[in-house]
Design a protein around this ligand. Structure first.
Ligand SMILES: Cc1ncc(COP(=O)(O)O)c(C=O)c1O
Length: 460
């Protein structure tokens, strides 16, 4: 295409598309970046040329861009049938094979899988299931869900209500009722002077217990948590947090849901982050890495505790009146199966662990002298860089300073795409598992150059 043809497309884009999670003014004034192709951990856009995509899209292209095998799996499935629904007990072969595989990968801690097409619908299904479960076992008062400050669980009405970033609520009349907010357990930012990490964990858990007791355990149904925060700042849990949370949930008969939409399917170097942290959730939401983003598919994993109640009451309840036209879509399931086959065949989960260790070591070493990066955190190929005004004494930027978008843009000038997460003043990194050492070095160099520019801008 010629430059003129791209300019025309940008104009049509401005006149026709209402972009998700975008500034309307930004699109109207600055146009758009048209993605043209991708290979491995890189993408090409019409105005930037080739760049390293250090975010693998929206934290999802785990096996990397441009996999013909996934295209072939789609083609085979679509051309042999194209569509099959799963209502009234109907099924299809890819869905059956995928479900067996998924239950295997989670080492037997779940009983059933229920499919949708996005992380948000998966969260909505989980919220409805939590209500259903407590109604069926005669606890209709037990409905409230605890989610955390800065959590990100999606954008549908209910999922956005659990999301704990205020900008997702403003002007949408959210959150809906029945959401309780627990503190964000970020030791580096929220730990008190002189407090140890273990003391901080205890304080966080005590605050959760207080929330449960204040509202009454008989009204609290579930705790939803990302094992590692994503869009809310790539926040890793403090030592012993999930073990303590599991105990607390058991004590008060509260379900624990792990939202593994980002952390699932190898991101941390284990298949799932609850395996990485060594705890057992009752429910788990997944999407993104399930198909490496090649097809919209989500999977809600349901453990015995909930499933047994559903089975016991099935005679009385009859049909489970929930599901989607595209639940268990055969093409999506075929893509997921092929995606998992690639992850296994190429040892990509192990690779995420090894390359992740390299990435974290490089980031820590090369950014140790950088005055505006206070913490490098994460696991596997998932990292968060905490932007600070000063490391000692520890001071943070206000959101009006726009430090995260400034740094994101400065890094982009070096042909590296990372994501500024303004609500946490953090830069997120989440590349494809096929990323090379050289590409990681390029990312780290881009961060160092970008941070130096931003630091100068603030006169630091
Ligand atoms: C942890 C988590 N949960 C849920 C969602 C929502 O997923 P989707 O955008 O597919 O609706 C996301 C999306 O980024 C996420 O990171």
């Amino acid at each position: 295409m010629t430059t003129k043809q791209y300019d025309d497309l940008v104009e049509i884009n401005q006149k026709s598309i209402f972009h998700p999670a975008s500034s309307i003014n930004d699109v109207l004034n600055n146009g758009t970046s048209i993605c043209l192709e991708g290979k491995g951990a890189s993408i090409t856009t019409h105005n930037d040329g080739q760049m390293i995509d250090g975010m693998s899209g929206l934290w999802c292209v785990n096996v990397g861009y441009g996999r013909e095998e996934l295209g072939q799996a789609m083609l085979d499935s679509a051309s042999s049938m194209g569509y099959a629904h799963s209502f009234a007990g109907t099924s299809n072969t890819p869905q059956i094979e995928l479900s067996e595989k998924l239950l295997d990968l989670t080492r037997g801690i779940f009983s059933r899988v229920h499919y949708g097409t996005s992380g948000s619908d998966c969260i909505d299904t989980a919220i409805k299931l939590v209500r259903y479960y407590n109604n069926l076992r005669g606890k209709p008062e037990k409905k409230k869900i605890i989610a955390r400050v800065n959590a990100y669980h999606g954008t549908t009405l209910a999922a956005a209500s659990l999301t704990g970033i205020p900008s997702f609520h403003t002007a949408f009349d959210l959150p809906i009722t029945g959401v309780l907010r627990a503190p964000k357990p970020h030791f580096y930012v929220d730990g008190k002077e002189g407090e140890t990490e273990a003391q901080f964990t205890k304080r966080m858990l005590d605050e959760i217990e207080t929330i449960i007791l204040n509202d009454g355990a008989d009204t609290v149904a579930a705790f939803f948590a990302e094992p590692i925060y994503g869009a809310g700042g790539v926040i890793t849990p403090p030592q012993g947090y999930f073990q303590g949370l599991r105990k607390l949930c058991d004590k008060y008969d509260v379900l624990l849901l792990a939202d593994e939409v980002i952390t699932g399917f190898g991101r941390t170097g284990e298949w799932f982050a609850h395996q990485y942290y060594g705890f057992k959730p009752d429910l788990m939401t997944t999407a993104k890495g399930l198909t490496s983003g090649y097809f919209p598919l989500s999977a809600l994993f349901i453990g015995d505790k909930v499933w047994d109640v559903l089975v016991e009451t099935a005679d009385d309840m009859g049909v489970f009146f929930h599901g989607y036209t595209y639940s268990g879509h055969p093409t999506g399931c075929a893509v997921a199966l092929k995606n998992i086959e690639i992850l296994e065949r190429e040892n990509l989960v192990e690779r995420a662990k090894e390359m992740g260790a390299y990435m974290h070591a490089q980031l820590k070493e090369k950014l140790s002298g950088c005055p505006i990066i206070g913490e490098v955190r994460g696991a596997g190929l998932l990292a968060g860089l905490q932007i600070v005004k000063s490391k000692s004494p520890k001071t943070f930027f206000d959101s009006v300073d726009k430090a995260a978008p400034l740094l994101q843009n400065a890094i982009r000038e070096e042909k590296v795409l990372l994501r500024g997460l303004p609500s946490a003043n953090t830069i997120g990194i989440s590349p494809s598992f096929v990323i090379t050492e050289q590409q990681i070095d390029n990312i780290v160099t881009a961060v160092v150059i970008g941070a130096t520019k931003v630091q100068k801008k603030f006169g630091i």
